[in-house]
Design a protein around this ligand. Structure first.
Ligand code: PMP
Length: 382
């Protein structure tokens, strides 16, 4: 008969109940839908209704583009998570943290006499390269892997290092690899939440960027913030946002406010950690039976939030194909109906593939199933 509903791509039949054997496991992208059930379980207080006549102006009363109440809640949530020091820091809002990455590069390189070199230690999140190349100006240019710059003697040019901690793709906690009077760092702390990592200490860098995409899971709202110590850098970033956007959407700020208000205890962090650590355990168990594939090691660490040593719960698996002939790991996985992101995108080797672990439960379950099938075919697999 005719289908009664639009089936999800992996299902067919009249009631969408027949699993399609050809369906590939999608472990691409960084959509954080693992948090969807949390909001379903906590609907009270997280919904937003905006009347037609509400907040129509460009600015809030007092001509500010920034909701002070939201700022207070951001500081409060950091103090619950114990992941960042907000005292003595200015806050800048952006259309996702993506916009703030660019604003930070401009703010740190404006008016320099020679162009700043923008670097990141490989493997790094590709947006740093793509965005810097795209928006290139006389003030800065992308220079590639920070580790390579480390070995060359400095020519006096300013260097701006993106430091992603924990790192996307491999979840390692990081510090900048470059040091010195000519080096400035942009700390991308998108994943520095108890969801994804132990928090050894509250982060206290001069320029740190966060996003609700990976905190509450609302990637579509496009809201991020920067904590900035230096007043001039803060003003440069605000200026960037003003020129590019005339301020961040008030509707988005209202939604972010409502979501952060709904984080009044530790509940979301416990939910997220439990989900992600459980996923990592299941994935590790399957990969440990293989001689062909490995995943990154993440040592247990003391966590300032949980006040105990805790195991890993990363957002991504950084999977390696160990066999000589499997130099295109993405293709090996693709043939086994698993879609991941190739290592070369992260300025690494194509022996590596990034697999997203933060998608919906259906996506994750299918990933486990496909990996299990692939590894069970191996000779000598346990
Ligand atoms: N930084 C890192 C390291 C990321 O992985 C992402 C999203 N995948 C972003 C920044 C951008 O996030 P958003 O623009 O949604 O805040």
């Amino acid at each position: 008969g005719k289908p009664v509903c639009e089936c999800n791509t992996c299902y067919g039949g009249p009631h969408c109940s027949l699993f399609s054997p050809d369906c590939a496991a999608d472990a691409d992208g960084g959509d954080p839908l693992f948090l969807e059930p949390f909001w379903m379980q906590n609907p009270a207080g997280s919904a937003v209704l905006i009347s037609g006549w509400h907040r129509m102006s460009y600015a809030f009363p007092g001509s500010s583009f920034i909701s002070q109440e939201l700022e207070n809640h951001i500081r409060r949530v950091h103090s619950i998570a114990k992941n960042a020091v907000t005292e003595g820091k200015y806050i800048v809002y952006g259309t996702g943290s993506t916009q703030l990455l660019s604003a930070a590069v401009f703010a740190l390189s404006m008016n320099l006499s020679s162009p700043a070199k923008i670097v990141a230690q490989a493997p790094y999140y590709p947006t740093y390269r793509v965005q810097t190349d795209f928006f290139q100006t006389a003030w800065f240019g992308f220079q590639g892997d920070a580790s390579e710059l480390k070995n060359t003697s400095g020519d006096g040019a300013e260097v701006i290092e993106f430091v992603t901690s924990p790192n996307n793709p491999d979840a390692q906690l990081r510090n900048g690899v470059l040091q010195g009077p000519h080096v400035k760092a942009i700390y991308d702390h998108a994943y520095y939440w108890p969801h994804y990592t132990a928090i050894p200490a509250p982060a206290d860098e001069d320029l740190m960027i966060f996003t609700i995409s990976k905190l509450t899971g609302h990637a579509g709202s496009r809201f991020g913030w920067a904590l900035v110590k230096d007043k001039q850098v803060y003003e440069n970033m605000m200026n960037y946002i003003q020129i590019a956007e005339l301020g961040t959407s008030k509707d988005t700020q209202l939604r972010a406010l409502q979501l952060l208000r709904a984080i009044h205890g530790q509940k979301i962090f416990h939910f997220a950690y439990k989900t992600m650590s459980n996923r990592w355990e299941k994935l590790s168990e399957i990969v440990s039976r293989s001689n062909r594939f490995t995943i990154q090691e993440i040592p247990p660490r003391f966590c300032n939030f949980f006040e105990e040593v805790r195991g890993p719960s990363p957002a991504y698996a950084w999977l390696k194909c160990e066999r000589e002939e499997d130099s295109n790991c993405r293709a090996v996985l693709r043939a086994a109906k698993i879609i991941g992101r190739e290592g070369s995108l992260f300025e690494s080797d194509d022996r590596y593939v990034r697999l997203s672990l933060l998608r919906s439960q259906d996506d994750f379950d299918l990933l486990l199933r496909r990996l299990n099938d692939l590894i069970s075919e191996e000779k000598g697999a346990q």
